[in-house]
Design a protein. Structure first.
Length: 389
């Protein structure tokens, strides 16, 4: 990136918050900011003496192959049948169940389950959706990486027994494996180290880098290109000027009964602007707000910054801001607007997302925001393009 263009981008980013008032709103996701408390494991030799190693490849599926150490006095249930096992994308299927000796407080047991995934997502977003749907009391979350997350939560079962549960959700290819270790709350303290260390011993033995979704590529003539999930629909108007180029992708819900055309539940817009077509920063911000208004988007207030994107170039300058938006036909609480600005060569790249809020529809929000992060990170200048001349 040319030095003067870096200066322009830095100034532009510094003015972004002026699009709206200060961020102050609380979020449904705040409960997931609790960190898991540190636990001092027992020595590994002691742990191995008290546990037994179990290995399995359920139904011969290599992506589900795992190993785990369970307490020696626990049993592996024979009630789990995998004879006609199929990985479903709607419900959790049980791969194995372990249970401990009968105790006064209640059952000690562990479940290993799996579910198929349809859309690109992180393990953290999956488990947040699971905990929200079941209304569990979250005690802490630890994100190991985008594909693996650990959580502790409390819930009351149908027999009015309160459990402290520790779990790991891990994505492998198009599948997610979910392991939960249940302890009656009365037995939690004397057993919490074993609970944590057993989960720490869990491993998927055949890790896969396969993506959940396939991606398509769209080229902005010879300037730049972006990869996007194939489940999103592309609209790319004819290019009338190389100074300003745009395109969009839409998330359409087609699952309604008798629905021929999907309902729009998320939209990502790409706007490429040549630095030579910009008058000044303030005018460009004003023009961009007018463009948003034509799309029915009116920014009201800033909710947060999202600056955890990882780019190939460590020196890349970019910021992402999240806003609450309104318009005459949309409820104030119903939509979020995400905006990322980057620069390659002689172009600024505006990538924006319009999505239902995390509070109103968490699953759709999670899918949309993950797609947004994917396309932002997969948006790149074409080698030898006119943008870098």
């Amino acid at each position: 990136m040319k030095r003067q263009h870096i200066s322009i981008l830095i100034l532009f980013l510094s003015l972004l918050p002026s699009l709206a008032g200060p961020a102050h709103a609380q979020s449904i996701l705040d409960i997931f900011k609790k960190k898991l408390p540190d636990i001092q494991y027992m020595p590994e030799t002691e742990f191995e003496e008290k546990t037994e190693l179990h290995k399995d490849t359920p139904s011969g599926n290599r992506l589900l192959a795992y190993e785990i150490r369970a307490p020696k006095d626990w049993s592996l249930s024979e009630d789990v049948s995998l004879g006609s096992f199929v990985v479903d994308d709607k419900i959790l299927s049980t791969l194995a169940k372990f249970y401990g000796p009968a105790v006064t407080a209640g059952k000690h047991y562990m479940l290993i389950q799996t579910v198929g995934l349809e859309y690109q997502m992180t393990a953290k977003n999956w488990i947040m959706q699971y905990l929200i749907e079941n209304n569990y009391n979250v005690q802490g979350i630890k994100v190991h990486d985008p594909k693996k997350v650990e959580a502790v939560y409390i819930f009351v079962d149908n027999e009015n027994q309160t459990y402290v549960t520790r779990s790991i959700a891990q994505i492998n290819g198009k599948n997610l494996v979910f392991i939960q270790f249940f302890l009656p709350i009365e037995d939690f303290k004397p057993n919490k180290i074993m609970q944590a260390q057993v989960l720490n011993s869990f491993k998927l033995t055949n890790p896969s880098e396969e993506l959940i979704e396939n991606f398509k590529t769209h080229k902005f003539i010879d300037i730049a290109e972006v990869q996007y999930p194939e489940t999103w629909e592309l609209k790319a108007p004819a290019v009338r000027s190389v100074d300003r180029i745009n395109a969009s992708i839409s998330n359409l819900d087609t699952k309604g009964a008798g629905r021929k055309r999907g309902i729009l539940v998320g939209r990502i817009d790409f706007d490429l602007v040549s630095v030579y077509d910009m008058e000044d920063i303030e005018t460009e911000i004003d023009n961009y707000q007018k463009t948003l208004a034509k799309r029915g988007v009116f920014i009201r207030e800033e909710l947060e910054d999202q600056n955890d994107f990882v780019f190939d170039d460590p020196e890349e300058i970019a910021e992402t801001h999240v806003y609450k938006v309104i318009d005459k036909d949309i409820s104030v609480q119903d939509y979020e607007f995400w905006l990322t600005i980057r620069a390659f060569g002689d172009y600024f790249y505006f990538t924006s997302l319009l999505t239902p809020t995390r509070e109103s529809d968490f699953f759709t929000w999670a899918r949309n925001t993950q797609a947004f992060k994917e396309v932002v990170q997969r948006f790149k200048e074409q080698e030898g393009s006119r943008a870098s001349e």
